[in-house]
Write a protein that binds this ligand. Structure first.
Ligand code: ADP
Ligand code: MG
Length: 735
């Protein structure tokens, strides 16, 4: 028999179960199977003693099945049949009834085969009582070994065989926990070549056990401290491999040459600075300096600039663009929406004044041109924008996805700025940078969705990160209140009255709805308990105009309007010709109207935490305090309401992005990824393991500096390759 190795096919240890395991979890090799870590451990010594449990307590018991009966009954609610398996299990002292309900026949039959008399299992759930007898309904179950033919003797032997710490693996209805147990145990017994990715001195310096030992201890611990030591080691590996990939990417960038953009004194940047109507904040100064340094370093800049909504990222980016223009190059600014691209074009043109009219009558001698390229341009405007970009007449080209099209060419693209980078994929960034012929352009990506430091290190670790922490002076606080209609239905009237007050003071108001309206087809199905249709722009606007806000100038803005109309509306709102703008989230990113002081969000529970934070950043920009009202029907104590309360409680975007991530993670844990689909991060949480990540980053950077292509670390190189492949597979799946 050939030796069984890390890379052997799964069937070598899983036999006939291999196809089922592969289908359920995607594992093809023995090594991948060994990466299937237990979800939970149960201490045999800490199992519940049935003599002392009372109803409503949570218990975990080991017991032998003595009887099981499958019953079929008509399902009155859904029609058809439903299934109930009633089993009696015996512990050393007592008996307990288990009841399992199933809606699908094959599941019920599978359960009947699993919970079969003679078998021993672990059952966990909340104790109820039925006809004077303790009972568990739909308990979590782990049955040990194949069905025992014999009686009590064999059951007793089975009990002896059960380890002190019982592992519970993520399982499915087709692959049972004990089948995974068996295959994994066999693999641990047979496989000798567990890859060791950590250099011994790194391992020892951090007191980490060898990889082989770690796997043994995570799958078959004798004590809790073994389990913890195994986990620590394998968690470090996850961080280390990811950080190695990122360190390599950074090194690759460093190895590329980019044209230094040194600018010149007395050029357009200097003239711009001298006429800037405000003083840069210390943060803006500092980040600007870092960026200008990057631009002369001789390698392509690759920098992430994050900063709260309104923290003044645009000016920082503009200064970088002007430096490139001063060096004879061009800059492209990519925005995610038409509204935002137009707004950037307007505000940058305004900031530049006659510097933006280079080569034109009345323009500054030293100036340049700012071109706008969006999908909605008419043919002549488009032709002239394309020409200005290709000839180099436009030093700055602002646009949407339209910038990525083949027809768009630059004379000398030196800098790519991507606004709200989370709206764009890596491929789109690449499509734009590819438009520079010769050396690669510098890249600056900006985001107002704050990214916790560790996430930035993990997800964007190939970027240098800068943060604008302070808001420019004169930015007033935003107060956020939750308007809970389930508790106070009359508060909506008061909210409308508040809008009127705000307008009477000469200010403007946004009203945000989750839906456009008209047909219902754009609305996702309402979540379970809430069958009320979501607020729609096309219904709310006329309702407000005719009722509570009659006499005010109310307009609608949403994605289905013609681009010209959208632009016209935004201009009118910016000019103060509209009092109340009822809109969808088209206003979410970047829209900047200083006189808007209040926002009311209908069905606020339908939006994500970060999205609400972005939305409310639209108000309070002009030195007047902002007010944001989050209207919801969600009752107190529901997760939806908790989320809104979190948004109301803090304006710290970093704190909120943590809340958001935690919730999404929660969703993942309960959803698809629980089945253990190949994820490279199983033990590492980017939120909880900051210290592990930064240590691993340090180690990886040092290692890559000394051995860039990992030729002295073949095992690590193999894992890195595997991660690349997984990423590529992910990408292909998405494409
Ligand atoms: P964001 O970071 O959300 O993109 P912007 O760059 O749009 O923020 O800036 C928001 C507003 O603040 C703009 O009107 C901009 O002109 C203004 N601004 C930027 N920096 C300063 C500053 N240092 N002092 C005062 N106002 C500033
Ligand atoms: Mg912005």
């Amino acid at each position: 028999m050939p030796a069984i190795t890390w890379d052997s096919k799964l069937a070598a240890v899983a036999g006939k179960q291999a196809p089922k395991i592969e289908k359920a979890f995607g594992y093809q090799t023995v090594g991948e199977l060994l990466g299937h870590y237990p979800r939970r451990y149960v201490d045999k010594g800490a199992l519940s003693d049935l003599g002392t449990v009372a109803p409503d307590e949570h218990v975990t018991v080991i017991a032998r099945v003595v009887d099981s009966q499958l019953h079929t009954y008509p399902d009155r609610r859904r029609g058809g049949l439903a299934y109930r398996l009633e089993a009696v299990v015996a512990t050393e002292q007592d008996e307990l009834t288990l009841t399992f309900f199933d809606k699908k026949k094959h599941l019920a039959q599978w359960r009947e085969r699993t919970i079969a008399p003679g078998r021993t299992g672990l059952f966990s759930g909340k104790v109820g009582s039925f006809r004077g007898r303790l009972q568990l309904t739909n308990p979590q179950t782990k049955v040990f070994g194949a069905p025992a033919e014999g009686g009590a003797d064999q059951a007793a032997a089975a009990w002896e065989d059960i380890p002190q710490l019982i592992t519970i693996y993520p399982a499915t209805s087709t692959v049972q926990s004990w089948q995974l147990d068996e295959a994994i145990a066999l693999a641990l017994d047979l496989v000798d070549d567990v890859p060791e990715v950590l250099p011994p001195q790194v391992r020892k310096a951090r007191d980490l056990v060898p990889a082989r030992q770690a796997l043994e201890w995570i799958h078959r611990p004798e004590t809790w401290s073994q389990k913890a030591a195994g986990e620590n080691r394998l968690r470090f590996d996850e961080a280390f491999i990811t950080q190695t990939v990122l360190a390599q990417r950074r090194a690759e960038l460093m190895a590329l040459d980019a044209q230094p953009r040194t600018g010149r004194s007395g050029g357009i940047l200097d003239r711009f600075d001298s006429r800037l109507p405000f003083t840069l904040t210390a943060g803006q100064e500092q980040v600007s300096r870092a960026i200008l340094d990057d631009l002369v370093a001789g390698h392509p800049m690759h920098r992430l600039l994050q900063g709260e909504v309104g923290s003044g990222k645009t000016v920082v980016a503009l200064r970088a663009m002007l430096r490139v223009v001063d060096s004879g190059g061009q800059a492209a600014l990519l925005a995610p929406t038409e509204v935002l691209a137009q707004q950037h074009h307007r505000s940058i043109t305004a900031l530049l004044g006659d510097l933006a009219a280079g080569g034109m009558l009345g323009g500054a001698e030293d100036g340049t041109q700012v071109a706008l390229l969006t999908g909605s341009l008419g043919a002549p405007a488009r032709r002239s924008a394309l020409l200005d970009a290709a000839s180099g007449a436009a030093g700055i080209v602002i646009g949407t996805h339209a910038l990525l099209e083949e027809a768009v060419q630059f004379a000398d693209l030196g800098l790519v700025v991507v606004d709200e980078q989370h709206r764009f994929g890596v491929e789109q960034r690449a499509a734009l940078t590819a438009k520079a012929d010769g050396s690669p352009p510098h890249v600056l990506v900006m985001t107002a969705t704050p990214i916790p430091r560790t996430v930035a290190m993990t997800v964007f670790g190939d970027l240098e990160t800068s943060t604008l922490a302070e808001l420019p002076a004169g930015r007033a606080a935003i107060q956020t209140n939750v308007v809970a209609l389930s508790d106070h239905p009359d508060w909506l009237e008061r909210a409308f009255a508040r809008i009127r007050e705000e307008v009477d003071k000469g200010h403007q108001v946004y009203v945000v709805c989750p839906r456009i309206g008209g047909d219902r087809s754009d609305s996702p199905p309402a979540a379970g308990d809430d069958s009320r249709p979501m607020a729609a722009v096309e219904e709310v606007a006329p309702m407000l105009a005719a009722g509570p806000l009659s006499g005010l100038r109310v307009e609608m803005l949403h994605g289905r309007l013609a681009p010209d109309r959208k632009d016209e509306l935004m201009q009118a709102f910016a000019a103060g010709d509209i009092d109340v703008l009822v809109a969808t989230t088209v206003i979410e990113v970047g829209v900047d109207v200083a006189n808007a002081t209040m926002m009311l969000v209908f069905d606020a529970d339908r939006f994500g935490v970060s999205q609400l934070h972005q939305l409310r950043g639209r108000v309070g920009r002009g030195g007047h305090p902002g007010l944001c009202l989050l209207v919801t029907g969600a009752p107190a104590g529901t997760p939806a309401r908790d989320r809104l309360d979190a948004v109301a409680a803090t304006t710290d975007g970093f704190e909120l992005s943590r809340v958001d991530l935690e919730q999404r993670r929660e969703g993942d844990v309960l959803g698809a990824s629980q089945s253990g689909r190949r994820s490279s991060l199983k033990l590492l949480s980017v939120l909880r393991h900051e210290d592990v990540i930064s240590q691993a980053r340090e180690v990886a950077a040092a290692l890559v500096a000394q051995d860039p292509d990992l030729s002295e670390h073949p095992e690590l190189a193999a894992q890195v390759r595997r991660l690349h492949e997984a990423e590529r597979a992910d990408f292909l799946e998405k494409a």
